[in-house]
Design a binder for this molecule. Structure first.
Ligand SMILES: Cc1cc2nc3c(=O)[nH]c(=O)nc-3n(C[C@H](O)[C@H](O)[C@H](O)COP(=O)(O)O)c2cc1C
Length: 476
């Protein structure tokens, strides 16, 4: 019996594994015959094995799953389960993942930095105010370098600090200064876990995109029963591996795909000091640009004037007016995908006197008692121009901010402008522009998908998945 056949049998047999992984039993038979599990199914197998008592390392070469150097920072808090983090260190050390460890003051009451240092074979960080550490590996570097920050065990205390933005020691300062994925594995007494304060902190963090490896339910070390027990270190380790695998697959998802994105508002000047614009912050478009860049796309972002940091993508072009935006967008064609998330001002205003005389708008128009009239001139429709051009990208996606009949208006826009997908949102209650959250509805020719309210980062994540589906269907 070869290794993969043995593994399948340990996992419950061909039929069981096929059902759990939603594949045909013939596919599993094929894996057994070839003694190989396809790369895109290895993560599912890892997940399945974590629920059963199977030593996956014997069958799947975990090192091979991670040929890219991944960096993890493990933060150990003070609790009854602190010692179990040593097993997580041991498991991570078996891979080629780079690991740094930070211990809170309380954690050091349970296990020593010396023990952690000798297991991890590198310095364990404990102090925020350390001249030596600050010169070699300052706390911001510790916060920024890792791909994942794993807090295990996470105490009720660190949850409260992170949820409320406290930074009074090395661990909490790193967490606040981090832009990495944060995963918490809490462990505490069930009453602490169920305390309303902890519940609220947990919810706050979930909403901000922090992930949790949920505590187990059962008998605690203190003898009480309930939820709060530290999950098995092996399960924590495997959850981290799954996360890494998933993200490494994603980094190549849009390789060689060029994506042109517009974001932000446009500004249509009336004279040197006055203008017409709208409240778009650019946040949603920037999140999309960043997510697609992370997944390997060649992203060009053409943005109107915004007050947020520019995202990390291949090319960013900053413009002011609708005409400038259109000129720059057309210069960037051809592209595989066009996403028009900019809120382009629909009109520019030309000031006129009552007798229809134009003003010299190169100078500030003087405030007088005369009535000032405005001629409205439509700005170019960037989305429609691109969607109907000879260089039309394979996929064209538009945004529709509406205050009424949101879906109906989005659908008409989709048909009249020749667009593949419209992301519609209701801006009637002023709760989209500038906010971190968005509630959108995806309208295409056949369907209308309502998405629940979520962060703009999360909308970007799910939209990237949707675009991947569209591309797959397009190529078939
Ligand atoms: C024996 C003992 C066991 C503890 N176990 C836990 C625990 O499992 N989970 C928890 O959240 N706090 C536990 N605590 C309380 C924390 O150690 C305390 O809240 C501390 O301030 C946490 O600090 P830290 O978050 O900086 O590590 C325990 C305290 C003691 C004395």
């Amino acid at each position: 019996m070869n290794k993969i056949s043995e593994l399948i049998s340990l996992l419950g047999g061909t039929g069981f594994v096929a059902e759990k992984l939603n594949v045909l039993p013939s596919a599993i038979s094929n894996w057994k015959k070839l003694n190989k599990i396809p790369r895109n199914k290895q993560e599912d197998i890892l997940q399945l094995s974590s629920h059963l008592n199977v030593d996956i390392e014997k069958f799947l070469p975990i090192k091979k799953l991670h040929n890219v150097k991944v960096k993890i920072l493990l933060i150990i808090c003070g609790g009854i389960a602190s010692y179990k983090s040593l097993e997580i260190i041991r498991l991570i050390k078996k891979t080629d993942i780079e690991l740094d460890v930070v211990m809170t003051k309380s954690a050091q009451k349970f296990i020593t930095p010396l023990l952690v240092t000798s297991l991890n074979e590198r310095k364990c960080y404990t102090e925020l105010f350390s001249v030596e550490d600050e010169t070699k590996m300052n706390h911001i570097k510790l916060a920024r370098e890792p791909d994942i920050i794993l807090v295990a065990p996470a105490s009720a205390n660190i949850m409260a600090k992170l949820a409320n933005g406290l930074a009074d020691d090395l661990a909490s300062t790193i967490l606040l200064a981090s832009m990495s994925k944060i995963i918490l594995a809490p462990s505490m007494n069930p009453v602490m876990w169920n305390n309303l304060a902890t519940r609220e902190n947990y919810k706050k963090m979930l909403d901000r995109g922090i992930e949790f490896i949920e505590p187990d339910t059962g008998e605690m070390a203190c003898g009480e029963k309930g939820t709060g027990r530290f999950p098995e270190p092996k399960l924590i380790f495997e959850t981290i591996l799954s996360y890494i695998s998933k993200n490494q697959i994603l980094t190549n998802q849009f390789k060689n795909i060029s994506i042109l994105i517009t974001a932000g508002p446009t500004i249509e000047n009336i004279d040197p000091v006055r203008f017409v614009s709208n409240k778009s912050s650019g946040k949603q478009g920037f999140e999309i640009a960043s997510e697609l860049t992370k997944r390997g796309a060649k992203v060009t972002l053409v943005t109107g004037p915004v007050n947020i940091p520019l995202p990390n993508c291949e090319n960013v072009i900053q413009v002011t007016s609708a005409q400038e935006m259109l000129d720059n967008v057309t210069q960037q064609l051809p592209a595989d995908i066009f996403i028009c998330s900019a809120a382009v001002a629909d009109w520019k205003l030309i000031p006129k006197t009552l007798s229809n005389k134009s003003f010299d708008v190169s100078n500030k128009i003087k405030k007088t008692n005369d009535t000032l009239l405005f001629e409205t001139i439509k700005t170019p429709d960037i989305l429609e121009t691109v969607a109907k051009s000879n260089l039309r990208p394979k996929i064209v996606i538009g945004f529709a901010a509406e205050t009424n009949k949101v879906k109906k208006n989005a659908y008409s826009k989709l048909l009249s402008k020749n667009i593949d997908l419209i992301i519609a949102n209701d801006v009637s209650n002023n709760q989209v522009f500038g906010e971190d959250f968005n509630k959108v509805c995806l309208v295409d020719k056949n369907n209308c998908e309502e998405w629940e309210k979520q962060s703009k980062k999360s909308v970007a994540f799910h939209l990237a998945n949707k675009i991947n589906d569209l591309l797959t269907n397009y190529d078939q």
